[in-house]
Design a protein around this ligand. Structure first.
Ligand code: B1M
Length: 210
């Protein structure tokens, strides 16, 4: 079994204590950090499918999430570079009612790597909290909203609406997460959408440079 396959199996099995060591071994064996990350994301897809089919339940999903997060900690220095240029502050969070944070954390990591100062509001963030953070922090240029549940898409819409009606000038809004599409982003009035963390960094740079 390849090292990446071992990482994938242990993420799927929710072995949070074993995953960091295996990720390090995979790196030491010459695997690219991006490939190891891709493998872990695939494992979460498998876990999600098993949840949908009733083979796994919420506790197992949670354990897999913890295992992946531990693996990402090891990968972080290998995924992020030193950005010379500061692009301003980005307020990021997962919208109200939604507790999923792995994708949001990856997006925050990639945005930081291209030069944003990150203010991470965490999960289950109300529209008001996003707006207050955009007003209260210095030099906010971007608000990034993540959402993984179809049931919390109305909360994303409410967040974008409130941000847009709050008189914040020079602040762009980017949205993303599995149920979000470019079409939906356009419909709710967001300035940008990205399908993954790498794409979010590219789009975010474009938005604040426009
Ligand atoms: Co939940 N969950 N979950 N879950 N969970 C999903 C999302 C689900 C698809 C599983 C399934 O049924 N197949 C399903 C949602 C169905 C739907 O709405 N369409 C689901 C469900 C139903 C639920 C509960 C309702 C289950 C229940 O209680 N009955 C419940 C809801 C709790 C709540 O939020 N209120 C729940 C709970 C949980 C856990 C807490 C146990 C755990 C999360 C722990 C955590 O995040 N710390 C969990 C997990 C782990 C998952 C799956 C298995 C994995 C999610 C993940 O981390 N993926 C997920 C199945 C799946 O994704 N296939 C599932 C890896 C991560 C890297 O991908 O977050 O998609 P992702 O991020 C991607 C892109 O989406 C994008 O970039 C990332 C990749 O680079 N992206 C952005 C994300 N945010 C972005 C923002 C951007 C741009 C791009 O710009 C701002």
């Amino acid at each position: 079994m390849s090292k990446i396959a071992e990482v994938k199996a242990m993420v799927e099995a929710g072995k949070a204590k074993l995953v960091p060591g295996l990720v390090q071994e995979a790196l030491d064996a010459g695997n690219a950090a991006g490939d190891i990350l891709e493998g872990m994301i695939e494992s979460m897809g498998v876990v999600g499918d098993k949840f949908s089919s009733g083979e796994l339940f919420v506790p197992e999903m949670l354990m897999a999430a913890k295992a992946m997060s531990k693996g990402v900690e090891v990968l972080k220095p290998h995924l992020t570079g030193d950005s010379a240029k500061s692009l301003g502050t980005c307020v990021i969070g997962t919208v109200a009612g939604d507790l999923h944070d792995i994708g949001k954390n990856l997006v925050a990591m990639m945005l930081e790597s291209v030069g944003f100062t990150i203010v991470d509001l965490g999960v289950d963030v109300s529209a008001e909290k996003f707006v207050n953070a955009a007003k209260d922090n210095a030099n906010v240029k971007l608000v990034a909203c993540s959402g993984l549940l179809t049931t919390t898409m109305p909360a994303m819409k409410e967040t974008v609406n409130l941000l847009k009606s709050s008189g914040l000038s020079g602040v762009k809004v980017i949205v993303g997460g599995a149920p979000v599409s470019q079409e939906m982003a356009d419909m709710i009035g967001a300035d940008g959408f990205a399908a993954d963390a790498g794409g979010a960094a590219v789009k975010a740079k474009e938005l604040v440079s426009a």
